[in-house]
Design a protein around this ligand. Structure first.
Ligand SMILES: Nc1ncnc2c1ncn2[C@@H]1O[C@H](COP(=O)(O)OP(=O)(O)O)[C@@H](O)[C@H]1O
Ligand SMILES: [Mg+2]
Length: 266
Protein backbone atom coordinates (compact mmCIF):
# COMPACT_ATOMS: atom_id res chain seq x y z
CA UNK A 1 0.00 0.00 0.00
CA UNK A 2 1.22 3.46 -0.80
CA UNK A 3 0.60 5.86 2.08
CA UNK A 4 1.06 9.61 1.70
CA UNK A 5 4.68 10.66 1.35
CA UNK A 6 6.29 12.18 4.44
CA UNK A 7 7.73 15.67 3.90
CA UNK A 8 11.45 15.58 3.15
CA UNK A 9 13.77 15.86 6.11
CA UNK A 10 10.99 15.40 8.62
CA UNK A 11 11.39 12.67 11.19
CA UNK A 12 8.59 10.14 11.24
CA UNK A 13 5.68 11.13 13.48
CA UNK A 14 6.59 14.80 13.89
CA UNK A 15 5.47 16.55 10.75
CA UNK A 16 5.49 20.27 11.55
CA UNK A 17 3.53 21.19 8.43
CA UNK A 18 0.54 19.14 9.49
CA UNK A 19 -0.76 20.24 12.90
CA UNK A 20 -3.79 18.84 14.67
CA UNK A 21 -3.06 15.42 13.21
CA UNK A 22 -4.05 16.56 9.71
CA UNK A 23 -3.11 13.97 7.12
CA UNK A 24 0.09 14.79 5.26
CA UNK A 25 -1.69 14.71 1.91
CA UNK A 26 -4.37 17.26 2.85
CA UNK A 27 -4.78 20.09 0.34
CA UNK A 28 -3.23 23.39 1.44
CA UNK A 29 -5.56 26.22 2.42
CA UNK A 30 -3.19 28.83 1.01
CA UNK A 31 -0.73 28.29 -1.79
CA UNK A 32 1.57 31.03 -3.03
CA UNK A 33 3.49 30.04 -6.13
CA UNK A 34 6.51 31.93 -7.54
CA UNK A 35 5.05 35.26 -6.51
CA UNK A 36 6.84 38.41 -7.64
CA UNK A 37 6.01 42.05 -6.90
CA UNK A 38 7.73 45.25 -8.03
CA UNK A 39 7.28 48.87 -7.09
CA UNK A 40 8.55 50.61 -10.22
CA UNK A 41 12.06 49.27 -10.67
CA UNK A 42 12.31 48.02 -7.08
CA UNK A 43 11.85 44.28 -6.65
CA UNK A 44 9.87 43.94 -3.41
CA UNK A 45 9.19 40.19 -3.69
CA UNK A 46 10.78 37.55 -5.85
CA UNK A 47 10.04 33.85 -6.33
CA UNK A 48 7.98 33.46 -3.17
CA UNK A 49 6.58 29.98 -2.60
CA UNK A 50 4.50 29.35 0.48
CA UNK A 51 2.01 26.68 1.41
CA UNK A 52 -0.16 26.79 4.52
CA UNK A 53 -2.23 23.85 5.73
CA UNK A 54 -5.70 24.21 7.23
CA UNK A 55 -5.46 24.85 10.99
CA UNK A 56 -1.77 25.70 10.88
CA UNK A 57 -0.07 28.50 12.85
CA UNK A 58 2.69 30.06 10.77
CA UNK A 59 5.05 32.81 11.87
CA UNK A 60 6.35 35.16 9.18
CA UNK A 61 9.43 37.13 10.18
CA UNK A 62 12.08 39.24 8.53
CA UNK A 63 13.89 42.56 8.95
CA UNK A 64 12.02 45.81 8.32
CA UNK A 65 11.42 46.33 4.63
CA UNK A 66 11.89 42.64 3.77
CA UNK A 67 8.47 42.46 2.12
CA UNK A 68 6.24 40.89 4.78
CA UNK A 69 3.40 43.40 4.52
CA UNK A 70 3.73 43.47 0.74
CA UNK A 71 3.28 39.69 0.68
CA UNK A 72 0.20 40.01 2.90
CA UNK A 73 -1.16 42.73 0.61
CA UNK A 74 -0.66 40.53 -2.45
CA UNK A 75 -2.40 37.59 -0.74
CA UNK A 76 -5.31 39.77 0.42
CA UNK A 77 -5.73 41.64 -2.86
CA UNK A 78 -4.77 45.06 -1.48
CA UNK A 79 -1.90 45.02 -3.98
CA UNK A 80 -1.58 43.36 -7.37
CA UNK A 81 1.47 41.18 -7.99
CA UNK A 82 2.99 40.88 -11.44
CA UNK A 83 4.27 37.32 -11.26
CA UNK A 84 3.04 34.04 -9.84
CA UNK A 85 -0.24 32.92 -8.34
CA UNK A 86 -2.07 32.89 -5.03
CA UNK A 87 -4.51 30.05 -4.48
CA UNK A 88 -6.87 29.82 -1.53
CA UNK A 89 -9.10 26.90 -0.64
CA UNK A 90 -8.44 25.39 -4.06
CA UNK A 91 -9.24 28.56 -5.99
CA UNK A 92 -6.99 30.91 -7.95
CA UNK A 93 -7.40 34.40 -6.49
CA UNK A 94 -5.79 36.31 -9.35
CA UNK A 95 -8.03 39.17 -10.42
CA UNK A 96 -10.21 39.04 -7.28
CA UNK A 97 -10.54 42.24 -5.28
CA UNK A 98 -9.78 42.46 -1.57
CA UNK A 99 -13.43 42.35 -0.48
CA UNK A 100 -14.06 39.31 -2.68
CA UNK A 101 -11.13 37.54 -1.03
CA UNK A 102 -12.51 38.51 2.38
CA UNK A 103 -15.78 36.85 1.44
CA UNK A 104 -13.87 33.69 0.49
CA UNK A 105 -12.39 33.57 3.99
CA UNK A 106 -9.18 35.62 4.13
CA UNK A 107 -9.10 38.27 6.85
CA UNK A 108 -6.20 40.41 7.95
CA UNK A 109 -5.49 42.93 10.62
CA UNK A 110 -3.53 45.96 9.48
CA UNK A 111 -0.16 46.89 10.95
CA UNK A 112 -1.70 50.33 11.60
CA UNK A 113 -5.27 49.74 12.81
CA UNK A 114 -7.86 51.19 10.43
CA UNK A 115 -11.18 51.52 12.26
CA UNK A 116 -13.95 53.81 11.01
CA UNK A 117 -13.23 56.85 13.17
CA UNK A 118 -16.82 58.11 13.35
CA UNK A 119 -18.36 54.73 14.24
CA UNK A 120 -18.50 53.25 17.73
CA UNK A 121 -16.54 50.13 18.65
CA UNK A 122 -19.67 47.97 18.23
CA UNK A 123 -20.54 49.55 14.88
CA UNK A 124 -17.00 48.94 13.67
CA UNK A 125 -17.48 45.23 14.33
CA UNK A 126 -21.00 45.24 12.90
CA UNK A 127 -19.84 46.54 9.50
CA UNK A 128 -17.88 43.42 8.48
CA UNK A 129 -20.61 41.20 9.91
CA UNK A 130 -23.23 42.94 7.75
CA UNK A 131 -21.22 43.22 4.58
CA UNK A 132 -19.29 39.99 4.61
CA UNK A 133 -21.48 37.49 6.38
CA UNK A 134 -24.80 39.06 5.44
CA UNK A 135 -25.90 36.07 3.40
CA UNK A 136 -25.90 33.96 6.54
CA UNK A 137 -26.95 36.47 9.19
CA UNK A 138 -30.11 38.28 8.14
CA UNK A 139 -31.60 39.37 11.42
CA UNK A 140 -30.67 42.42 13.46
CA UNK A 141 -30.80 40.35 16.64
CA UNK A 142 -28.41 37.77 15.22
CA UNK A 143 -26.04 40.50 14.08
CA UNK A 144 -26.14 42.13 17.51
CA UNK A 145 -25.55 38.80 19.22
CA UNK A 146 -22.56 38.02 16.98
CA UNK A 147 -21.20 41.51 17.57
CA UNK A 148 -21.50 41.11 21.36
CA UNK A 149 -19.88 37.69 21.15
CA UNK A 150 -16.87 39.08 19.25
CA UNK A 151 -16.46 42.04 21.59
CA UNK A 152 -16.61 39.64 24.54
CA UNK A 153 -14.03 37.39 22.91
CA UNK A 154 -11.50 40.20 22.61
CA UNK A 155 -12.42 41.75 25.97
CA UNK A 156 -14.03 44.94 24.66
CA UNK A 157 -17.61 44.29 25.82
CA UNK A 158 -17.61 47.33 28.11
CA UNK A 159 -16.21 49.60 25.37
CA UNK A 160 -18.87 48.92 22.75
CA UNK A 161 -20.25 52.49 22.76
CA UNK A 162 -16.85 54.18 22.72
CA UNK A 163 -15.32 55.73 19.64
CA UNK A 164 -11.98 54.32 18.40
CA UNK A 165 -10.19 57.52 19.48
CA UNK A 166 -11.15 56.76 23.10
CA UNK A 167 -9.41 53.37 23.02
CA UNK A 168 -5.93 52.57 24.30
CA UNK A 169 -3.41 51.08 21.90
CA UNK A 170 -4.11 47.50 22.99
CA UNK A 171 -7.86 48.07 22.83
CA UNK A 172 -7.41 49.40 19.30
CA UNK A 173 -5.50 46.25 18.34
CA UNK A 174 -8.18 44.08 19.92
CA UNK A 175 -10.80 45.96 17.92
CA UNK A 176 -8.76 45.36 14.77
CA UNK A 177 -8.74 41.62 15.53
CA UNK A 178 -12.47 41.60 16.33
CA UNK A 179 -13.16 43.27 12.99
CA UNK A 180 -11.02 40.68 11.20
CA UNK A 181 -12.81 37.86 13.02
CA UNK A 182 -16.23 39.36 12.23
CA UNK A 183 -15.73 38.25 8.65
CA UNK A 184 -15.60 34.63 9.91
CA UNK A 185 -12.31 33.91 8.18
CA UNK A 186 -10.73 30.56 7.44
CA UNK A 187 -7.37 32.33 7.38
CA UNK A 188 -6.41 35.23 9.63
CA UNK A 189 -3.27 37.20 8.86
CA UNK A 190 -2.16 39.31 11.82
CA UNK A 191 0.33 41.92 10.63
CA UNK A 192 2.31 43.09 13.66
CA UNK A 193 -0.72 42.99 15.93
CA UNK A 194 1.57 43.28 18.97
CA UNK A 195 3.82 46.20 18.01
CA UNK A 196 4.16 48.73 20.82
CA UNK A 197 2.40 46.60 23.42
CA UNK A 198 3.66 45.77 26.91
CA UNK A 199 4.76 42.27 27.92
CA UNK A 200 1.37 41.50 29.46
CA UNK A 201 -0.55 42.95 26.52
CA UNK A 202 1.48 40.82 24.11
CA UNK A 203 0.40 37.78 26.15
CA UNK A 204 -3.24 38.93 25.85
CA UNK A 205 -3.07 39.13 22.06
CA UNK A 206 -1.15 35.83 21.93
CA UNK A 207 -3.87 34.11 23.95
CA UNK A 208 -6.48 35.62 21.66
CA UNK A 209 -4.79 34.37 18.50
CA UNK A 210 -4.30 30.92 20.03
CA UNK A 211 -7.97 30.80 20.96
CA UNK A 212 -8.95 31.74 17.40
CA UNK A 213 -6.69 29.00 16.08
CA UNK A 214 -8.21 26.47 18.48
CA UNK A 215 -11.60 27.48 17.07
CA UNK A 216 -10.35 26.31 13.69
CA UNK A 217 -8.91 29.46 12.13
CA UNK A 218 -5.60 29.13 10.31
CA UNK A 219 -3.29 31.96 11.40
CA UNK A 220 -0.28 33.65 9.84
CA UNK A 221 1.42 35.85 12.43
CA UNK A 222 3.82 38.56 11.33
CA UNK A 223 5.77 39.68 14.33
CA UNK A 224 9.07 41.11 15.50
CA UNK A 225 8.65 39.99 19.11
CA UNK A 226 10.51 36.68 18.91
CA UNK A 227 9.23 35.42 22.25
CA UNK A 228 5.70 35.69 20.88
CA UNK A 229 6.50 34.27 17.45
CA UNK A 230 8.31 31.25 18.88
CA UNK A 231 5.56 30.58 21.39
CA UNK A 232 2.89 30.78 18.72
CA UNK A 233 4.32 29.29 15.56
CA UNK A 234 4.37 25.68 14.48
CA UNK A 235 6.38 26.78 11.47
CA UNK A 236 8.53 29.80 10.81
CA UNK A 237 9.02 31.49 7.44
CA UNK A 238 11.76 34.10 6.98
CA UNK A 239 11.83 36.82 4.34
CA UNK A 240 14.95 38.84 3.64
CA UNK A 241 15.05 41.49 0.92
CA UNK A 242 11.98 40.10 -0.82
CA UNK A 243 13.11 36.48 -0.85
CA UNK A 244 12.20 33.54 1.34
CA UNK A 245 15.41 32.31 2.96
CA UNK A 246 13.98 29.80 5.45
CA UNK A 247 10.79 27.84 6.08
CA UNK A 248 10.47 25.14 8.70
CA UNK A 249 10.69 24.13 12.34
CA UNK A 250 10.97 27.39 14.36
CA UNK A 251 13.80 26.20 16.60
CA UNK A 252 15.80 25.08 13.58
CA UNK A 253 15.03 28.19 11.56
CA UNK A 254 16.28 30.60 14.24
CA UNK A 255 19.57 28.67 14.39
CA UNK A 256 19.99 28.86 10.61
CA UNK A 257 23.22 30.87 9.98
CA UNK A 258 21.63 32.77 7.07
CA UNK A 259 18.77 33.86 9.32
CA UNK A 260 21.18 34.89 12.09
CA UNK A 261 23.19 36.93 9.58
CA UNK A 262 20.07 38.69 8.31
CA UNK A 263 19.15 39.76 11.83
CA UNK A 264 22.63 40.71 13.00
CA UNK A 265 23.10 42.73 9.85
CA UNK A 266 19.91 44.71 10.39
N1 LIG B 1 3.28 51.03 -2.00
C1 LIG B 1 4.61 51.00 -2.07
N2 LIG B 1 5.29 51.71 -3.00
C2 LIG B 1 6.62 51.65 -3.10
N3 LIG B 1 7.41 50.89 -2.30
C3 LIG B 1 6.80 50.16 -1.35
C4 LIG B 1 5.37 50.16 -1.18
N4 LIG B 1 5.06 49.33 -0.17
C5 LIG B 1 6.23 48.84 0.29
N5 LIG B 1 7.27 49.32 -0.43
C6 LIG B 1 8.68 48.96 -0.25
O1 LIG B 1 8.78 47.55 -0.34
C7 LIG B 1 9.69 47.04 0.63
C8 LIG B 1 8.98 46.05 1.52
O2 LIG B 1 8.07 46.76 2.34
P1 LIG B 1 7.11 46.01 3.37
O3 LIG B 1 6.43 44.92 2.65
O4 LIG B 1 6.27 47.04 4.02
O5 LIG B 1 8.17 45.40 4.40
P2 LIG B 1 7.95 44.78 5.86
O6 LIG B 1 6.48 44.65 6.08
O7 LIG B 1 8.68 43.48 5.81
O8 LIG B 1 8.60 45.73 6.81
C9 LIG B 1 10.24 48.26 1.38
O9 LIG B 1 11.45 48.62 0.78
C10 LIG B 1 9.18 49.32 1.14
O10 LIG B 1 9.75 50.60 1.16
MG1 LIG C 1 5.22 45.42 7.57
Amino acid sequence: MNGPRAPQGTPRGTSPGTPHGAPVGEAPLLEVNELGKRFGGFVALEGINLSVQPGERVGLIGPNGSGKSTLVNCMCGTLRHELGTVRFNGRNLDGLKAHERTRLGIARSFQLPRPFASLTVAENVRVPILYVVQARIRHVAATDARCAELLGLVGLADKSRKLPRDLTQIEMRKLELARAMAAEPKLLIADEAMAGLSHGEVDDILALLLRMNEAGVTVIMIEHIMRAVLHFSQRLVVLVAGRKIADGNPQEVVRNPEVERAYLGE
